[in-house]
Design a binder for this molecule. Structure first.
Ligand SMILES: Cc1cc2nc3c(=O)[nH]c(=O)nc-3n(C[C@H](O)[C@H](O)[C@H](O)COP(=O)(O)OP(=O)(O)OC[C@H]3O[C@@H](n4cnc5c(N)ncnc54)[C@H](O)[C@@H]3O)c2cc1C
Length: 447
């Protein structure tokens, strides 16, 4: 859709108010993603203030045949939250209601536009189980819609595992709500779970009921330098099995560290350079001793204070920025069974080199989840050759083309590497049941 009919624009204005319907230059920032790789044009950006306004906007757009892209913090990395085909953007920026924490249940109900950091800060003794580097901008709605993962999945699971209820609006304006927060509730289909990972294709999430976890007290963080990816994986496995308080097992390599040292002024964490770095974090009274036993006499930096821990985490959390210093990156996140992780992490740069010998490849990610982020700065035209090479390799190892970022627009052509025709037919039927008119995010996850 190139332009939005005037009567539709007028009706949107009468629903949300003139200052919350943006067009032209005012809408431009909503049409480009965090990486700069995905750029489109918004027919309009609409910012409803509550569920009733979301319902009215969706009913209107569906009646008028106007496609809608839901957008939260716009930190998604697969082009799923930007209007690549001139859609209307429904921004959740004003859905920021955060209820008081229910301490008895260790739960909170948060509006879709509340950031993950705001949820994490809501109570001094409780925390959100999800931690991602984009937490100051990424929203509850976006994190549910992408089933976000992050650096504590091995301890608390992905966003889906934090969901205790949901409120959402279907494309015809119907509000579905199940926010009671019951832990045991076998009363039919678990649609909150289905909406987790639905990437804005089934409904617009307006609120979520989230479980909170005890805030970690005195966590110990360590970065261990290693000479090979194989050694790193073996050590991570040892930590997972021998450190009961383990919360994170993350990795990065000399490639990403070198770029951050050169362009962001980071001072390497260890005196002697290493090929690969494993970040371990553990909590509990025995954390320091348990980590020390596993690390042994390897070269390591250990942080016990909050400031030291933050400093060590910055080496890992700034890895997503590294490729951006060299160009506009292609960001792929893939996962494979544990038995193939070392092969993936060691061979993926060569696989990319076969498709584009001049490309730069930076890898980092979540070792214990079988997840590697592959960031590529292409030298050759970005015409799909890089994705094709990596995804075909991953599929040959029995892996997934998306570990945690979703399919979005970026991976839509390769979904058949991960899902059978029968599964995709079922997806289409589910989608048609939720959104028969095809209003919501029509170009994300192929129909
Ligand atoms: C520096 C950096 C680090 C990151 N690290 C991680 C990581 O470790 N793990 C990880 O999983 N991700 C990571 N991400 C990716 C991203 O932050 C997550 O996918 C996040 O959950 C997206 O939230 P958002 O609010 O920005 O969503 P957006 O980018 O706005 O949208 C993402 C998708 O969700 C849909 N959507 C958004 N809001 C709603 C809603 N209310 N209802 C329905 N659909 C909606 C959009 O249509 C789109 O398809 C990282 C990103 C950056 C920039």
């Amino acid at each position: 859709m190139e332009t939005i009919p005037d009567p539709v624009l007028k009706s949107l204005t009468s629903i949300v108010g003139g200052q919350h319907v943006l067009t032209g230059e005012a809408a431009a920032g909503f049409a480009v993603d965090w990486t700069g790789r995905f750029r489109g044009r918004a027919a309009a950006v609409v910012r409803p203030r509550d569920t009733a306004e979301v319902a009215a906007v969706l009913a209107l757009c569906t009646d008028a045949g106007v496609p809608v892209v839901p957008q939260g913090g716009n930190t998604g990395l697969v082009g799923g939250g930007v209007p690549l085909h001139g859609e209307v953007v429904l921004s959740t920026a004003r859905l920021t209601r955060l209820d008081p924490v229910d301490r008895e249940a260790s739960q909170v109900t948060a509006g879709a536009g509340v950031t993950l950091q705001q949820v994490a800060d809501a109570d001094p003794d409780l925390d959100l189980g999800i931690q991602i580097a984009s937490r100051d901008s990424a929203t509850v709605g976006g994190a549910v819609a992408t089933n976000a993962g992050g650096v504590r999945v091995l301890r608390y699971g992905p966003m889906r595992a934090q969901l205790r209820g949901i409120e959402a609006v279907l494309s015809d304006g119907t509000v579905i709500s199940h926010l009671g927060g019951l832990i045991k509730d076998n009363t039919g289909y678990d649609y909150p779970s289905l909406l987790a990972g639905s990437e804005g294709t089934l409904a617009v999430i307006t609120q979520a009921r989230l479980r909170l976890v005890p805030r970690l007290r005195d966590p110990v963080t360590a970065i261990v330098g290693l000479d090979s990816i194989g050694e790193l994986h073996a050590l991570a496995h040892q930590a997972v099995t021998q450190v009961p308080g383990l919360v994170s097992a993350e990795f990065f390599t000399s490639a990403g560290l070198g770029i951050l040292t050169e362009h962001a002024g980071l001072v390497p964490p260890l005196a002697a350079p290493k090929q690969a770095y494993l970040l371990l974090e553990a909590a509990g009274p025995a954390a320091l001793d348990d980590l020390a036993d596993v690390i042994g006499d390897r070269d390591a930096a250990v942080g016990e204070s909050a400031a030291e821990s933050r400093r060590l985490w910055s080496y890992r959390e700034r890895q997503p920025e590294a490729a951006g210093f060299l160009g506009v990156p292609i960001k792929l996140d893939v996962s494979v069974p544990a038995a193939h992780w070392v092969r993936l992490a060691t061979a993926v740069a060569d696989v990319v080199a076969q498709a584009d010998p001049g490309a730069r490849v930076i890898t980092f990610g979540h070792v214990a989840d079988g997840n590697v982020h592959v960031n590529i700065v292409p030298a050759a035209t970005a015409d799909g050759r890089h994705e094709n090479a990596v995804f075909s390799f991953v599929a040959s190892l029995g892996g997934s083309v998306s570990a945690e970022h979703g399919i979005g627009a970026l991976k839509a052509p390769w979904l058949d590497l991960a899902r059978t025709p029968a599964e995709r037919k079922l997806f289409a039927r589910i989608r048609a049941a939720f959104d028969p008119a095809g209003t919501l995010n029509p170009h994300v996850l192929p129909r």
